[in-house]
Design a protein around this ligand. Structure first.
Ligand SMILES: Cc1cc2nc3c(=O)[nH]c(=O)nc-3n(C[C@H](O)[C@H](O)[C@H](O)COP(=O)(O)OP(=O)(O)OC[C@H]3O[C@@H](n4cnc5c(N)ncnc54)[C@H](O)[C@@H]3O)c2cc1C
Length: 384
């Protein structure tokens, strides 16, 4: 089996790496300290990202995107994973696949400004009473004449503070199974029924807030339906099955970045008259990191290849990636912090930030437990 990445993707990798090193690296720590990034800074970064073909790289050409294969997308992800999550999100690392559902009449006001980076989108599933269990979603959309009226509350939703549009998953047919129960609605944040509640302070990803908001008799027309009425579950799953692979690639990149720092440190720090790297306990940690990073990378490439080939089990590949890579990067961050000792725990290096950032990966986009449930159902032949 040939795992060689084609030369044009290696060229793209070098372009993204340069962009990360020159444009994003210098901003990382300041954003983390301030827990804030100016909208104007993000706007400028989105423009630069679009100029090098990075913004919307994962969306098809027909939508105005870069048309990259899934393999290309994971190569980009490995490089973007080296920077912090607020910047990764800010430069369009994760434009959701569900945008491909936009109809021609939704292009001028919705899709085109999102793909160009002029406007920003958030997507909102999670609610106070429902996170992993979408069956518990309560946000309702009722038909009234020619309009839909949305009521409910969402929380822990990224990017809402910057977004012009929020795609909201709402129940349209409570009697239906999950597959037919939900619809995705595009809510303009200027809609009088949209009420921003608050930014929720959190452990990592500082500078990218997750937010809570409410919808109070929020009226939208049919033009705001993204995809089919009743097609919300399929739209969300289509998106997460790709973002789980993209995210796994980012965590491989992040783990690689941490490992490089650990190797460099082990080659220059001395304890008990020896280099750290000469102590077997440290060597074992580096070796464990190395094997786990390589195993994760192969899972990512294999899953990306399955998507590009349209293989039926690509969804399970995405769950394997999401589960293993999220756990792997947390183990790597923990070992690397240990190798650095107090310096790793200090806020003068990037390691403690990466350690904090990594912790979220075991929870968001379907927690590790949810991925294991998916994989087990696949093995045992139960419902999925
Ligand atoms: C940084 C970050 C960004 C996020 N951004 C977004 C966003 O943009 N949009 C959005 O909609 N949401 C977002 N979320 C929310 C995320 O999708 C949810 O946190 C996730 O779906 C889990 O839901 P929950 O937090 O309500 O946990 P719960 O569903 O309450 O679960 C709590 C714990 O119990 C475990 N658990 C639950 N059920 C079972 C079971 N049957 N068996 C075993 N274990 C179980 C879970 O794995 C978890 O560990 C974000 C979360 C984070 C951390």
């Amino acid at each position: 089996m040939d795992f060689t990445i084609p030369e044009e993707l290696e060229t793209l990798r070098r372009t993204v790496r340069r962009f990360v090193d020159e444009e994003l690296r210098p901003l990382e720590q300041g954003i983390d300290e301030a827990e804030h990034v100016e909208p104007a800074v993000l706007r400028a970064l989105r423009r630069k990202s679009a100029d090098i073909g990075l913004y919307a790289h994962n969306l098809p050409v027909e939508c105005g995107g870069g048309g990259l294969s899934m393999l290309g997308t994971v190569v980009v992800g490995e490089e973007l994973g080296r920077t912090s999550m607020p910047l990764n999100l800010g430069v369009g690392g994760f434009l959701p696949e569900m945008l491909t559902l936009a109809r021609p009449d939704q292009r001028p006001w919705f899709l085109d400004p999102l793909v160009s980076g002029e406007k920003v989108i958030a997507y909102a599933m999670t609610e106070p009473d429902a996170g992993s269990d979408l069956g518990g979603l309560k946000t309702r959309a009722l038909r009234e004449g020619n309009a839909w009226v949305l009521n409910g509350a969402k929380q822990f939703v990224s990017l809402v503070d910057h977004a012009e549009f929020i795609v909201v998953l709402a129940v349209t047919d409570p009697a239906a199974s999950l597959k037919g129960r939900f619809t995705c609605f595009i809510v303009d944040r200027e809609n009088p029924g949209f009420r921003f509640l608050r930014n929720i302070k959190k452990m990592g990803w500082r500078g990218s807030h997750f937010c809570a908001f409410a919808l109070d008799d929020c009226r939208v027309g049919d033009e705001a339906v993204l995809g089919e009425v009743g097609g919300g579950f399929a739209a969300i799953m289509g998106t997460v099955n790709r973002t789980r692979i993209q995210a796994g690639a980012c965590w491989v990149g992040m783990a690689e970045e941490l490992q490089q720092q650990a190797v460099a440190h082990a080659k220059q720090r001395r304890t008990f008259g020896q280099l750290l790297g000469e102590h077997q306990a440290i060597q074992f940690m580096l070796a464990d990191n190395d094997v786990e990073i390589e195993a994760a990378r192969l899972l990512v490439y294999r899953a990306a290849d399955a998507v590009d080939r349209g293989q039926a089990d690509a969804r399970i590949g995405a769950s394997r990636v999401k589960y293993y890579c999220a756990e792997m990067v947390n183990r790597v961050a923990d070992r690397v912090l240990q190798i650095f000792g107090a310096a790793g725990y200090s806020r003068e290096l990037t390691i403690e930030r990466m350690y904090r950032d990594a912790r979220a990966y075991r929870i968001g986009e379907g927690s590790s437990e949810m991925q294991k449930i998916q994989i087990a159902r696949h093995l045992l032949g139960g419902r999925s």
